[in-house]
Design a protein around this ligand. Structure first.
Ligand SMILES: CC(C)(COP(=O)(O)OP(=O)(O)OC[C@H]1O[C@@H](n2cnc3c(N)ncnc32)[C@H](O)[C@@H]1OP(=O)(O)O)[C@@H](O)C(=O)NCCC(=O)NCCS
Length: 222
């Protein structure tokens, strides 16, 4: 990478769908995201997340959330990344869409995870934001496959996967809140992707491709 390359090209990345704007997390947006999480993502008796991070009380949820996101930002290295896109509707944060890869230059595979505040669920936003990062992954980064998973009972997440063309790819057992849960896995190939009818508009994508996909970012040196 040339010395003059932008040290953090993700700050210029924008993915635009017909209704939503997705940008890698920024601090102001993170504080908005915490308020969305505090207002509720799921009924308290249900737990859709393999790591039950929403069980933290309202006080701990804030610091936990910012630290988690900062840690993920700082750990992007050598083709392994977690990019947490904040999802905005009419300029307001409504949830987030993660795009994850390990050793991407070799695997050419991504996985995703997402959530929306309860008020914004069931209106097609989850499908729209997942489709946005899939188009970024397949069409810009050159991904060949994408994975997703949903805990038993999470029909909305599984339905989003099915609509976009993922196929069932087995299960895995997890312990969540001390209980045995079955996680359903889904696998999507670039060829099977059921593309939405709309076009994804991007800004700043070109500079992010080498940053994320080439493995050129060196580890932090002491
Ligand atoms: C999962 C989530 C991101 C999906 O986003 P969303 O905006 O609610 O989803 P969409 O509206 O795009 O699509 C949901 C689909 O699930 C379907 N669905 C919802 N509940 C369902 C149920 N109980 N049974 C069958 N299908 C169901 C809907 O009908 C819809 O399909 P359709 O468009 O063909 O009608 C969102 O619901 C969410 O944040 N849930 C809580 C957190 C979570 O579960 N995160 C994922 C962890 S793996």
């Amino acid at each position: 990478m040339p010395m003059t390359a932008d040290p953090w090209p993700l700050r210029h990345l924008v993915l635009r769908t017909p209704r939503l704007e997705l940008r890698p997390d920024d601090d102001d947006g993170l504080f908005e995201l915490i308020e969305v999480a505090r207002a509720g993502i799921h009924p308290p008796e249900e737990m859709p997340f393999a790591f039950p991070w929403t069980d933290a009380g309202p006080e701990a949820l804030g610091p936990n959330t910012v630290r988690h996101h900062w840690e993920r930002r700082a750990s992007i290295v050598g083709g392994s990344f977690v990019v947490n896109f904040l999802v905005r509707l009419d300029g307001k944060v409504i949830g987030e869409q993660g795009l994850v890869a390990e050793d991407f230059p070799i695997t050419r595979e991504v996985s995703t995870g997402s959530w929306l505040g309860r008020a914004c669920q069931g209106q097609g936003f989850g499908t729209e934001m997942r489709a946005a990062v899939l188009m970024f992954a397949f069409d810009h980064l050159g991904a060949e496959t994408a994975r997703s998973s949903a805990l038993d009972g999470n029909e909305a997440s599984a339905a989003v996967s099915r609509k976009l063309g993922y196929r069932p790819d087995g299960t895995r057992l997890l312990v969540v809140r001390g209980r045995r849960r079955v996680e359903r896995r889904f696998l999507l190939t670039a060829q099977d992707f059921v593309r939405p009818k709309w076009t994804l508009y991007t800004e700043g994508a070109d500079a992010c491709v080498p940053f994320l996909a080439s493995g050129q970012i060196p580890p932090v040196k002491p």
